[in-house]
Design a binder for this molecule. Sequence first.
Ligand SMILES: [Zn+2]
Length: 154
Amino acid sequence: MSIFNLFKRSTVKCPRCLGKRFVDWDDIRRLNRQLKWVPAPCAYCDATGRVPKEMLSKVSVDCMYLTIDLPESVIEKIKEGDPETVEKGKLRELFVDHLIQYSEHHHLTENLDAESIANLYLKFEAEKAPFAVTKEELIKYIQGVIELKKTVIE
Ligand SMILES: [Zn+2]
């Protein structure tokens, strides 16, 4: 055994981007994070392609909240398992899941388009929601939900 191994941190190929340093649509589909992520440099390995082994047990590879657009301090907190940050991440995912279900439901049962669903959401749901969204963001997002649903059904 080479003495240099003593100094090398034990790392593994990043399971999120498969070592490419970039999360693309294939990764997003593989991890079932359509509607939740867009292609971007990988936040799990910090775009290095490798992660410390212990990272795998600390943060799940498909942790939705951990994306590259977060401030570095928040990314650090997620990786450290800071309870408040982890809780906020969970809340964020629940919020998005609810929005997806809400959109699917109104599209499938009432055949509403994205704008009508957004209006309905803003009128009845937005006040209770833990995160604020603009109407423009909502319409774009709901459009994405409807389109994904179509490709799944076809
Ligand atoms: Zn990665």
